[in-house]
Design a protein around this ligand. Structure first.
Ligand code: 5RP
Length: 256
């Protein structure tokens, strides 16, 4: 690594220990996986952890040893927040329509199980996140270590599986999730931009959070939810991620 790319261990600690964890995971994920001469199209996900992915890419962009390559990267966002991150760090913004095949994508997660199956969508960007991650040859997850479950999804956070639904179908989907698929609870996510009323996604849809308890077979559950009329996408990301980085507050990182 070039002298001007700071090593995480040498950086001053951030005030919030969780931010240290997120930064350590993200920096290491970029350092270990980005192939500057091969990768051209980079997916940048959403959430508070990928802030450090974009920051690291921005550091490489400014380093004379890497500028030539990073200035030619095109970055594909998963929503308005990640679009903003790409631009703020001086990176080139593009779209999935222009680049439907992505070389490598980085994104956060709300929960990761022992088989590297994920729950995502805490930030309501799950549709674009799934579009980008499933279009990528390599999908890398970055998270703080709280997100790692010791066995199943649904074990720790119990915030439920985010599900994007067409607004006019939300009552029907809530009913089908509880009565048909046995969700312990299913609620429309409230507190959108206007604070009152449902969260509205970048695609003008609503989000339902459905708690299924511990999820032994995420693929089967994903399939069943997808079959409900009105469901656009689920926050179960199955058989997609190839590597996960979990940062700890002391700056150490575990990988899976
Ligand atoms: C947004 C997401 C995020 O990637 C996920 O919620 C993790 O966020 P954070 O890095 O802030 O913990 O899926 O829809």
């Amino acid at each position: 690594m070039s002298q001007s790319i700071p090593d995480v261990a040498s950086l001053p600690q951030l005030e919030n220990p969780l931010e240290n964890a997120k930064r350590a995971a993200s920096y290491r994920a970029v350092d270990e996986n980005l192939k500057f001469k091969e990768h051209k199209v980079i997916g940048v996900g959403s959430g508070s952890t990928v802030v450090y992915i974009a920051e690291r890419l921005g550091q490489y962009l400014k380093d004379p040893e890497y500028t030539e390559y990073v200035s030619k990267f095109v970055c594909i966002p998963t929503g308005f927040q990640s679009q903003d991150l790409i631009l703020k760090n001086g990176l080139q913004l593009s779209s999935i329509e222009q680049h439907p095949k992505i070389d490598i994508a980085f994104d956060g997660a709300d929960e990761v199980d022992v088989n590297m199956q994920l729950i995502k969508g805490g930030g309501a960007c799950l549709f674009q996140e799934k579009l980008v991650s499933t279009s990528a040859d390599i999908f890398i997850v970055v998270a703080d270590s709280r997100k790692r479950s010791s066995k199943y999804l649904g074990e720790g956070w119990r915030q439920g599986v985010p599900i994007e639904v067409v607004p006019s179908a939300y009552v029907r989907v809530l009913h089908d999730l509880k009565e048909g698929l046995g969700a312990v609870s299913a609620n429309i996510r409230e507190g959108g931009k206007s604070k009152a009323g449902p969260v509205v996604t970048d695609n003008n849809n609503f989000i339902i959070d459905a708690d299924f308890g511990e999820i032994e077979n995420p693929y089967e559950l994903h399939k069943q939810i997808k079959l409900l009329v009105g469901v656009v996408e689920t926050g179960l990301f199955v058989d997609n991620a190839v590597k996960a980085y979990f940062g700890n507050p002391d700056g150490t990182v575990a990988t899976m």
